[in-house]
Unconditional design. Structure first.
Length: 95
């Protein structure tokens, strides 16, 4: 649905609900700025993993460790229990 402009700071959409264009633009710009920062951080993280690999550590394993550390204890125990249960059901020895 197209917006109709009513003056410099508001537009109407749908049932003539006013939208504050400046406020909306500020939100969009903040989101765009954060997305740019996130992309830069992603590049930094990739660089650290490349460094990890160059020193002889396994980056996949390290990624799993980072993911496990993000989890709370209860969730981590649950994941480990499910992994063990499924491995046992398939006759797979994890250790």
């Amino acid at each position: 649905m197209a917006a109709r402009k009513t003056d410099d700071s508001t537009a109407t959409i749908g049932h003539n609900a006013p939208v504050a264009a400046q406020e909306l633009r500020a939100f969009v710009e903040r989101i765009e700025d954060l997305e740019n920062r996130k992309a830069l951080l992603g590049e930094d993280i990739k660089g650290v993993y490349a460094e990890v690999k160059s020193t002889g550590f396994d980056s996949k394993t390290l990624r799993k460790i980072v993911a496990l550390r993000k989890m709370d204890d209860e969730k981590r125990v649950e994941q480990q229990s499910l992994l063990q249960l499924y491995a046992d059901a398939l006759g797979l020895d994890l250790v």
